[in-house]
Each structure stands twice: as structure tokens, then as C-alpha cells.
Design a protein around this ligand. Structure first.
Ligand SMILES: Nc1ncnc2c1ncn2[C@@H]1O[C@H](COP(=O)(O)OP(=O)(O)OP(=O)(O)O)[C@@H](O)[C@H]1O
Length: 231
């Protein structure tokens, strides 16, 4: 289990998260929902070690990793796909995959990335920045396949993409989950996220307002209250 417990965190003097507890069991899909500015990205940053909490703890499979650096969590199987893609636009697609592979066999990593997203196979020599938005997101997501993580944190990975690409990305996420990878989904396509999710956490102004299973949520009320029109 990846477990945030009683987390308080923020930036400088600004406290964003207060007493947030988020358990992510192995092989589960967790949807983390909330309005703009509720603290979803901040929660993922704490979960991957990018942001040290002011108080509270972060445990991974029973080991206390509070305050440890992101590479320590990455090595132990936590993969963070940040908002805004996080690829290297001036490197080729192949070299981006090699960076994701972080020292593992590049050929094997490329094979795995291409098996996840076949279109990348036709673009290996191209600069990543020249790919379409959807292809760049696929490249960013392929890291979740290449490094075989146990937990993948996904921050708005469908943002700004055409519906057909969004569908392809959700199919990929479904396959990842089927293979036993735990997912934490921050997602504007709430209905799609809830279809995959085993558990839902709802943040409001940095506090948890709901924790439970998708069937316990009144979806219509949720959309109206927090999410706008993207369902
Ligand atoms: N680097 C930062 N420095 C200062 N404040 C920040 C920083 N990043 C985020 N914040 C503030 O923290 C609060 C929570 O932001 P966060 O990005 O975690 O929310 P979110 O739920 O992911 O929202 P969104 O859906 O808009 O991405 C916001 O009020 C935001 O302005």
C-alpha cells in the first residue's frame, strides 16, 4: 500500500493540504477528485516525494519514506506522470524512452513503449516536441509501462486532448490496472475515472470531504458541485 496519513503540506507560508489521509492499496484504482485549486496536484506531489509534507507520514508497503527524495520513491515503484506531459521536447522519441528507462535496457523499453502505443513506433527518430499533443501524452504515459511501477500517479493526463485520444488513453489505463498496477487518477473526465475506480476521494479546499466507493457518491450532485461540464 502507498499510504499518505494526516498530511499537512503547502508552499512557503501557504498551507494547501490539511490532515489528508489517502490509502492506495496495491492493485487498486483511486480517483482523486475536487474543484480547481482543491489540492489534487499537491497531494500527488507529496505522494511521489516531490513535496515534503509539513506534517504527516508517507509509507510505501510498510516502509516510512516521509521526506525522502522523488528518485527513492521512483526506484521503489512509484511513477508520477505530471500535469503538462513532462517530456523532453528536444530529444527524440527513442531518447525520451531511454530517459524513462533510467539505465534499463533501452531496446526492451522501446519495445514495451511501442507495444503500449504502436504509433510511437513510427516516430522513434522524431523530436518529441514535433509530435501531436496526443502522441506527446502517449510518450509521457509510456513511462508507466516501461519502468513497470507498482503505483502510477496520473495528473490530468487527458487534458486538452481530442475525445478519440482520450478514449485511447483510458483504454491504456484500464490495461495498466488489469496488469495489477495501482493507479491514482486526477482527472477532469470524472465519469471515466469513476468507471475505473475502486475508491474515490474528494478534496475540497485542501481537506478530504468524501472517501469511499464510487457507488456511494451521488454522481450528478458531484458533477454539478465540483466538476463543470466534462463528464
Ligand atoms: N508552487 C506553488 N506555490 C504556491 N502556491 C501554489 C503552488 N502550486 C499550487 N499552489 C496553490 O495551491 C493550491 C492547490 O493547488 P493544486 O494545484 O494542488 O490544486 P488542484 O486541485 O490540482 O487544482 P487544478 O485542478 O487547478 O490543477 C492552489 O490554491 C494553488 O494556487
Amino acid at each position: 500500500m502507498l499510504r499518505l496519513h494526516d498530511i499537512t503540506a503547502g508552499y512557503g507560508d501557504t498551507t494547501v493540504l490539511r490532515d489528508v489521509s489517502l490509502p492506495v492499496p496495491r492493485r487498486s484504482v483511486v480517483a482523486l477528485l475536487g474543484a480547481n485549486g482543491a489540492g489534487k496536484t499537491t497531494t500527488l506531489r507529496v505522494a511521489s516525494g516531490l513535496l515534503a509534507p509539513g506534517s504527516g507520514t508517507l509509507h510505501l508497503d510498510g516502509t516510512d519514506l516521509t521526506g525522502r527524495r522523488p528518485h527513492v520513491l521512483a526506484r521503489r515503484g512509484v511513477c508520477h506522470v505530471p500535469e503538462g506531459r513532462g517530456i523532453f521536447p528536444n530529444l527524440s522519441v527513442r531518447d525520451n524512452i531511454a530517459v524513462h528507462a533510467a539505465g534499463a535496457d533501452t531496446g526492451e523499453a522501446v519495445d514495451r513503449a511501442v507495444s503500449a502505443f504502436p504509433v510511437l513506433g513510427e516516430k522513434l527518430g522524431q523530436q518529441a516536441g514535433a509530435l501531436s499533443g496526443g502522441q506527446q501524452q502517449m510518450l509521457a504515459l509510456s513511462r508507466a509501462y516501461v519502468t513497470e511501477p507498482s503505483y502510477v500517479l496520473l495528473d490530468e493526463v487527458s487534458m486538452g486532448l481530442a475525445p478519440v485520444v482520450v478514449d485511447e488513453i483510458f483504454e491504456f489505463l484500464g490495461r495498466l490496472a488489469e496488469q495489477g498496477c495501482a493507479l491514482v487518477l486526477v482527472e477532469q473526465y470524472v465519469a471515466k475515472a469513476l468507471e475505473l475506480a475502486d475508491y474515490v476521494f474528494l478534496l475540497a479546499r485542501g481537506r478530504l470531504e468524501f472517501a469511499g466507493e464510487p457507488g456511494e457518491l451521488d454522481a450528478a450532485q458531484l458533477m454539478e458541485k465540483y466538476m463543470g461540464t466534462h463528464t
